[in-house]
Unconditional design. Structure first.
Length: 261
């Protein structure tokens, strides 16, 4: 059963991850999500042939628009998003198996992939991803808590989300250039998702995010010759820390606190 759930999750991640490109491109440029979703930016012609097939559409995008010949921006990105999404969802499936809470974490994982892609390109974390994610996560966690009477998990999720939002809000007020308000909103969602598993998982998520951000920041400074004022988007590190915590949070918490959560 777990192997089947993992396979279905990975396949779903490939298809849905490919579709994330629509959100990344449209929301990053503050454009509406109207149909046709896949279309040329110049002539607005929809794709044909393999251009309609998820993942393999990258072969068509490399050649540009078949109607007007205009080049396609980020032609490889849909495939990258698909592979990353498949890996994240497969990792979550291995972690949770057929547990009903997997639905909540699938939504969360896909959201983290989309947010990371937008933040890397545009240096923004769109509210049009954050708020729908939160609107889906809350009822899904309520359902998961009700099914197995895990109300304590729901309480820890709410407390962790509120604490993370408050902590990051203070950082934003103290160092506004170093911590955008999009990161503050994202921290609340991550606190909610990781806190459902336990306070230790929430701590691991943010600890891993700051460690990864520091390591990459130092590497960027060393390579580019910048200084400590050099900025890098923090959203992808928050997302990566959350994924690490969800999949490997128990051993990480044990290593940090000498006990599991």
């Amino acid at each position: 059963m777990n192997a089947l759930v993992t396979g279905v999750s990975a396949a779903g991640g490939l298809v849905l991850g490919d579709g994330i490109e629509i959100f990344v491109h449209r929301l990053g440029e503050r454009r509406p999500l109207d149909r046709p979703w896949w279309r040329c930016e110049v002539c607005e012609a929809p794709p044909t042939g393999i251009g309609r097939v998820p993942v393999v559409r990258v072969l068509s995008r490399r050649r540009g628009c078949l109607s007007c010949g205009a080049p396609v921006k980020q032609s490889f990105r849909p495939a990258v998003l698909a592979v990353v999404s498949a890996l994240v969802l497969a990792g979550f499936a291995v972690r949770f198996g057929a547990d009903v809470v997997l639905a909540a974490y699938a939504v969360f994982g896909l959201s983290m992939v989309a947010i990371s892609a937008v933040d890397l390109e545009r240096w923004i974390i769109p509210n049009r991803i954050i708020y729908p994610t939160l609107a889906l996560l809350v009822p899904l966690f309520v359902v998961a808590s009700a099914v197995d009477h895990r109300w304590g998990s729901l309480g820890r999720a709410a407390a962790s989300g509120a604490a993370a939002f408050a902590g990051f809000y203070i950082l934003h007020v103290v160092v506004p250039r170093g911590m955008g308000f999009g990161d503050v909103r994202l921290s609340g969602v991550i606190g909610l998702a990781t806190g459902w598993l336990g306070y230790g998982h929430a701590f691991v998520a943010f600890f891993a995010a700051f460690v990864l951000g520091s390591v990459v920041g130092i590497a960027v400074i060393a390579v580019t010759g910048g200084d400590r004022k050099s900025r890098i988007p923090f959203g992808p590190f928050l997302a990566a820390g959350a994924v690490i915590s969800i999949i490997w949070g128990n051993p990480a918490a044990h290593a940090l606190f000498h006990r599991g959560t």
